[in-house]
Write a protein that binds this ligand. Sequence first.
Ligand code: M3P
Ligand code: FE
Length: 310
Amino acid sequence: MAMTGVLRPGHAQVRVLNLEEAVQFYRNVLGLVETGRDAQGRVYFKCWDERDHNSYVIREADRAGIDFFAFKVLDRATLDKLDADLQAYGIKTERIPAGEMLETGERVRFELPSGHVMELYAEKTAIGNGLPIVNPAPWTRQREHGIGPVRLDHTLLYGPNVAEVQKIFTEVLGFYLVERVLTPDGENNAAIWLSCSHKVHDIAFAEYPEKGKLHHCSFLMESWEQVLRAGDIMSMNKVPVDIGPTRHGVTRGCTIYAWDPSGNRFETFMGGYQPYPDNTEPLTWTFDNFGQGLDYPQRKLHETFLTVVS
Ligand code: M3P
Ligand code: FE
């Protein structure tokens, strides 16, 4: 499919309680590549196969959770157009100057009705994946270091006003609804999975009374075997696992949910099907089938899925 407009998840900034403990976890257990530190004390990471300078940034704070989540857009003209479209829709936007984040261009920042801070940007320095662009090998040693995901895949965010959030993503930002779980009365959506691409989701939201909460950031693995290997590495390092390894009914993704040392949930994920935007009939799950949606083999609506966020 043609890819214009909003391209893909670009970066997440997540709060951690102890910076060096978190750096050790993200570098050696999850196996991200540390790419820099800035004057604010933030530490920047990328997954081994990502070419842009950073996708996951952590900062020390007294509570866990997410500061903001960003999407990369095609170019500067697209950034300006989406900024104008957001404003025309009635959303206040702010420009964060280039360089405020390392190796990252100007960002358009706005707050969603769910209380999450979102950003769009067009430019981030390409530092490559450690392989030459002429005659590259299929992987580097970095892929074998820790869990070693290939990229930041999506995030699931919890907050209020999901119906309004859905309208912004579908009417302004060019996303389409891929799947949803209905509320018990069948009248509204309890959770939505949205795509701006050919991926089964680029972002998801679940209705929750408290604003701005993080359910998980998800990291893509290349195979089910790699997800199982991730589970082995989690156990070897006594990482608290929430759910899995298993398969979601929703998205058909194969998954493990686990927590970082600060209590931020993350997911190691692979699979799912590939929707196209002419897929105008989102797959719909009734609330009584939420358990299959979450954990298809066990058909279990794990309590933590609904209640534990950061
Ligand atoms: C995902 C994911 C449900 C959860 C589905 C989760 C239906 O698709 O990627 O985390 O509860
Ligand atoms: Fe996920």
